[in-house]
Design a protein around this ligand. Structure first.
Ligand SMILES: [Zn+2]
Length: 507
């Protein structure tokens, strides 16, 4: 029997970056068997068994003799189940189920079930973007992911639900219709809105400043005062994602296996539980890493409730992403870099039992436990946090008052958007976009100093404020000034910024 050879195309993904992969199938005489070469992970190695079973079950047949799959470039690690479709197509082409020419410039993506079904796989969006970048004009994807694939312009997308349909399409037939859009269930709960939160005007103001200047926040207060309620509503104050950000954020969510029927255009919210493992928070996986909660919060908000309960390793692993906006994960086969530029909201009870500093409640913790609890969030993380806001339980009388309902998210978001525009224009010459990013040296040397700066000098002289604390107050003063639309922070605005740092004895 002469050796037969055919090839198809797919994409290997390491993080969000991808590379085109040529999937070759060679059938040669000799001992029966199937091997996969070219740095495959377990899922790719198992693909040979899935593909063989599927082709036998569907009567498409499997070649006699030896089948060798080669995924090249060989030095690039391959992970995931989406190579199945290209492997089936290549082996089918060796058996004249389709012509080799039909596979030219076609990117194939999809997992194949033992019964011949073509199933969704993770990372379709970044794979498609890679194919488009390489000039591929046609892609074949699982029908279930057709709507996700249609989000990308510039490429002809065909959906197949079974491998028999794949060969029908490769022989000139039509693909499947996209599945009907998932009916939008009537929401049992309305979208979160700042107006839902009763009282806590000081904390809402702190969130408005946080949203406007992209400052990280630390909420302190007893359980039940609304820390989570407030944190969940921070994304509702932030501007829409730009088109480039939207593609990037959607790609991360596609890679994490979230079904997408639309591009994500709003800042995401990610809130890992304190018992979550380190890989679940920062990203991880057996041989090639998957995105973690901090990457799912990219361009949005990462909320760590009960922050002191997170392991020291997990908290420490946030340090680099907070500086660089990305996270690097080393695994056996590859070093993966994921974007992780998030806005951090930490929340903590005053002590392990939650009752310290709460009027009318008795704290059962020792002073030592209270101190140790507070110090679990390390200095390097707190250095990045500009706003520390204390929350107090609402008074009963306050709840019954009508004015307890405040502004809506949309009203606040309008001021935030205007403040963002003003900062971007003002900071363009020093190379930044938001006040939260501006380093201390730029604040002190390159930007004008606010009126009444003596106030801060006095606070430093009295030991009430550290040098780092000065930078934080300056940053906040600029944001408060940008919200107000003034040219330079006034003495009152400096006071307001200093107040926002109240209770920050450790900074
Ligand atoms: Zn306590």
């Amino acid at each position: 029997m002469p050796a037969q050879l055919a090839k198809a195309w797919s994409v290997a993904l390491v993080g969000l970056s991808g590379a085109m992969v040529e999937v070759e199938a060679a059938v040669s005489s000799g001992l029966r068997g199937t091997i996969v070469v070219g740095l495959p992970d377990t899922a790719v190695t198992e693909a040979r068994d899935r593909c063989r079973a599927a082709m036998q079950v569907t009567d498409l047949g499997w070649p006699e003799g030896r089948v060798t799959f080669n995924l090249s470039p060989a030095n690039l690690p391959k992970a995931g189940t989406h190579f199945d479709l290209a492997m089936v197509a290549a082996v089918g082409a060796t058996q004249r189920l389709c012509r080799q020419e039909a596979l030219r410039q076609v990117m194939l993506f999809g997992e194949v079930g033992l019964d011949g079904q073509v199933r969704p796989a993770r990372g379709l969006l970044p794979a498609l973007l890679e194919a488009v970048r390489h000039g591929f004009t046609k892609v074949i994807v699982p029908t279930a992911q057709l709507r996700e694939a249609m989000l990308i312009d510039g490429v002809e997308v065909t959906g197949v639900s079974r491998i028999e349909r794949l060969f029908a399409v490769l022989n000139g037939g039509n693909g499947d219709e996209p599945p009907p859009p998932t009916p939008v269930a009537p929401r049992s709960k309305p979208l979160p809105d700042m107006a839902d939160v009763a009282g806590q005007f000081e904390a809402k103001w702190a969130l408005e400043v946080a949203a406007a200047g992209r400052h990280h926040v630390y909420f302190h207060g007893p359980p039940g005062v609304g820390k989570t309620l407030l944190a969940e509503r921070l994304p509702t104050l932030l501007p829409d994602l730009s088109p480039a950000e939207s593609r990037e954020v959607s790609s991360i969510h596609s890679l994490a296996g979230r079904p997408l029927s639309d591009l994500i255009t709003r800042p995401p919210f990610s809130a890992p539980h304190h018992s979550a493992s380190l890989p679940a928070v920062v990203g991880g996986g057996a041989k090639i890493a998957n995105p973690g909660a901090i990457s799912m919060a990219h361009r949005g908000v990462l909320f760590l409730d009960e922050a002191p309960e997170f392991s020291a390793r997990t908290l420490d692993s946030l340090r680099v992403p907070l500086e660089s906006g990305k996270v690097t994960i080393s695994r056996a086969y590859a070093v993966t870099v994921f974007p992780a530029a998030f806005q951090l909201v930490l929340a903590a009870n005053p002590c392990p039992c939650g009752n310290a500093d709460t009027p009318g409640q008795e704290c059962k913790c020792t002073p030592f436990t209270v101190r140790r609890y507070a110090s679990r969030v390390s200095g390097p993380i707190l250095d990045r946090v500009d706003i520390r806001q204390q929350l107090q339980p609402l008074q009963r009388s306050f709840l019954s008052r009508t004015h307890a309902v405040g502004e809506s998210s949309a009203q606040i978001a309008e001021r935030v958007a205007a403040a963002r525009e003003r900062q971007a224009a003002r900071l363009a010459e020093v190379g930044f976009q938001v006040n939260g990013e501006v380093p201390g040296v730029v604040l002190r040397k390159q930007l004008p100093l606010p009126d009444g700066i003596e106030l801060l000098e006095a606070a430093v002289a009295q030991g009430r404020l550290s040098a780092r604390g000065v930078d934080k107050v300056l940053r906040l003063a600029w944001t408060i000034c940008d919200i107000a639309g003034s040219a330079k922070p006034s003495q009152d605005q400096l006071h307001a910024a200093l107040a926002m740092r109240r209770g920050s004895e450790r900074c």
